[in-house]
Design a binder for this molecule. Structure first.
Ligand code: SIN
Length: 325
């Protein structure tokens, strides 16, 4: 007689993206509108593995290039609720690929993810002749239903990435993400996870974010690129607003630095003016791999291995009194 086990319950949250995109023709993989198909409809075409029960909830319906802090907070709140619910074993979030790594990192920073929170996506719209979304969702559900899994991860093309390391690295290929030096957490093979390294740490719940009022903007943090021929004018324009005390004026600046955190001298001088004016400044490397190795006497703190977009989130949270640990 076979032993009866309780079904694993996975909550699937929809936020839009190409995975929910529609094109006029099934041959068109790029001329679609993202965020059209509801998450319940996406799931209707997918058979979960035996012993897995699904529940769906639509949190947003956007092209992820237009992702906003208010959606992140709504998503974090719904995840926190599900993490506290003993009836839920894991969470899957369907999301656009373009800012997926930002949402994943934000959730990693603000959730005590003692259960798996798995973001997934697609590079082809739902209407494509051969869409990649259904398999990605199925794989993500497999990860979310895995006993012992925890932390925030990203599943795409059979690879499980950590929220901290993942980056979109390709504009078109289905396997569009990479984990840099750290490598992936593992792989999904026929619904089973093969771990390459341990699950990431679960992190702490950040109450300030979970209670963040919908209408309130977060502290403004801008990213400025250092490049050949760079000028400090952009930073000075931001500082002029800051000096006038304009509402929503910049409070933090991430410099997308060259190599091991170096800056064009014009950017460096403007950054010093920003620091003197009370703006928090950080350096993050433009390189896709590696980390900034700090040197004695560095005038501007570095963001380690964080990419500029993730360093921006970390600085925003620091300004909110919830530094990334
Ligand atoms: C998006 O990020 O929402 C559109 C692009 C994609 O999902 O691949």
């Amino acid at each position: 007689m076979s032993e009866q086990t309780n079904p694993r319950r996975v909550l699937v949250l929809g936020t839009g993206g190409t995975i929910a995109g529609r094109a006029a023709s099934s041959e068109d993989n790029i001329g679609y509108v993202a965020g059209q198909v509801g998450v319940a409809e996406l799931l209707a075409g997918i058979e979960a593995a035996p012993g897995v029960e699904l529940e769906a909830d639509q949190i947003a319906q956007v092209d992820s290039k237009d992702m906003e802090f208010s959606i992140w907070c709504a998503l974090a709140r719904r995840c926190a609720q599900a993490l506290a619910d003993a009836a839920v074993d894991g969470i899957v979030i369907t999301h656009g690929t373009d800012t997926l790594e930002e949402t994943a990192f934000f959730l990693h920073c603000v959730l005590a993810a003692s259960k798996p929170v798995v973001l997934t996506c697609a590079m082809r719209p739902a209407t494509a002749l051969s869409p990649d979304g259904p398999q990605n969702v199925r794989d993500a559900i497999g990860v979310a239903a895995t006993a012992g899994a925890h932390g925030v991860s990203v599943v795409c093309a059979g690879v499980v990435h950590s929220a901290v390391d993942v980056q979109k690295v390709h504009t078109y290929r289905l396997d569009a993400f990479a984990s840099g030096d750290g490598g992936p957490i593992g792989f999904v093979e026929e619904g089973q996870v093969r771990l390459a390294r341990p699950w990431p740490e679960a992190g702490h719940g950040v109450e300030a974010i979970l209670r963040w009022p919908h209408e309130l903007d977060p502290p403004r943090v801008e990213i400025v690129y250092s490049h050949a021929g760079a000028r400090g004018a952009l930073i000075d324009a931001l500082l002029a607003e800051h000096a006038e005390g304009a509402p929503g004026a910049v409070r933090g600046l991430v410099l997308a630095a060259t190599g091991n955190g170096t800056l064009h001298f014009e950017i460096e001088q403007a950054a010093a003016r920003a620091q003197a004016a009370g703006v928090l400044v950080r350096r993050a490397t433009r390189c896709a791999q590696g980390r900034i190795l700090p040197k004695p006497g560095d005038a501007i703190p570095d963001a380690g291995a964080l990419s500029p977009v993730k360093a921006r989130i970390a600085l925003m949270l620091e300004l909110l009194g919830a530094p990334v640990v």
